[in-house]
Ligand binder design. Structure first.
Ligand code: COA
Length: 258
């Protein structure tokens, strides 16, 4: 598929999606959201791909938010629809992908940009990145999962502070509150993110997918995550990767996972 707003590459089993609207600071318009859905779906179902990196084109922004020019005149119904479609097609969709998704946050991640980074499983920040949820300064609230995922990641008090002040924090601050997993220099961002992805994909993809399902269920109010873990743990014993991993350990060699 050809994308107007994305660049896609696959190298060494790592798929990379680059949001490519640098003149608009990679703001998420409707077309970009729809293309991101297709790109994630395609990489998630591609057996060659074991991990996915998401980043933004240019040095200035990861994503500067939802495209304000598209929703400035929306009605109540259109606002709700915008949020619902976004949740289903992109933000929750990405979070539930059973391959590790790493956000390489290369600059501003504001509003929907930070919400997208928070839908990813791991966040590596460039030291010059600045992030925040400025929605209340526009008279609206975060509508792509920001009120939920920020509270899950940094805790209720810090989340409410960030949302209510609408302010930006720098990368070091984000690291301090566990919003960033790591902070690296801008020059090293993609290499370091790829290094982490490479380290992850040496392990069993089947086991990683099961672990992601368990962590996901930790935050699903209708599911007992401990029960999911017990079941997934048991299921692992029936997988070729478990046989290979344990045999390789006992034979003092590196495992060759499927
Ligand atoms: N939606 C639509 N367009 C956006 C955008 C967004 N969220 N963020 C940036 N842009 C556009 C600007 O309109 C501008 O376009 P133009 O050159 O055609 O006028 C271009 O991107 C560059 O942005 P600009 O504001 O000139 O850059 P800056 O360096 O002065 O400021 C920011 C950078 C990120 C501080 C500023 O762009 C900003 O505050 N953006 C909005 C962030 C936001 O509120 N996001 C949440 C949306 S709910």
């Amino acid at each position: 598929m050809n994308y107007n707003n994305l660049l896609i590459s696959i190298e060494d089993h790592i798929g990379t999606i680059t949001i490519n609207r640098p003149k608009k600071l990679n703001a998420l318009n409707k077309e970009t959201i729809s293309e991101l859905h297709e790109a994630f779906k395609s990489l998630a179902s591609n057996d060659e791909v074991k991990a996915i990196i998401l980043t933004g084109a240019g040095e200035k922004a990861f994503v500067a938010g939802a495209d304000i020019s598209e929703f400035a005149n929306f009605s109540v119904e259109q606002g709700e629809e915008l949020s619902r479609v976004g949740h289903e097609s992109l933000f929750t969709f990405v979070e539930k992908i059973e391959k590790p998704i790493l956000a390489a946050v290369n600059g501003f991640a504001l509003g929907g940009g930070l919400e997208l980074a928070m839908s990813c499983h791991i966040r590596v920040f460039s030291s010059h990145a600045r992030v925040g949820l400025p929605e209340v300064s526009l008279g609206v609230i975060p509508g792509y999962g920001g009120t939920q995922r920020l509270a899950q990641i940094v805790g209720r008090g810090k989340a409410i502070e960030m949302i209510a002040t609408a302010g930006m924090i720098d990368a070091e601050h984000a690291l301090h509150i566990n919003l960033a997993n790591h902070v690296v220099s801008p020059d090293e961002l993609m290499d370091e993110t790829r290094k982490m992805a490479s380290k992850i994909i040496k392990n069993s993809s089947t086991a990683i997918a099961a672990a992601l399902r368990c962590v996901q269920d930790c935050f699903d109010k209708n599911t007992d995550g401990f029960e999911t873990e017990i079941k997934e743990f048991g299921k692992a014993f029936g997988t070729p990767d478990f046989k290979e991993g344990t045999t390789a350990f006992l034979e003092k060699r590196k495992p060759k996972f499927q």
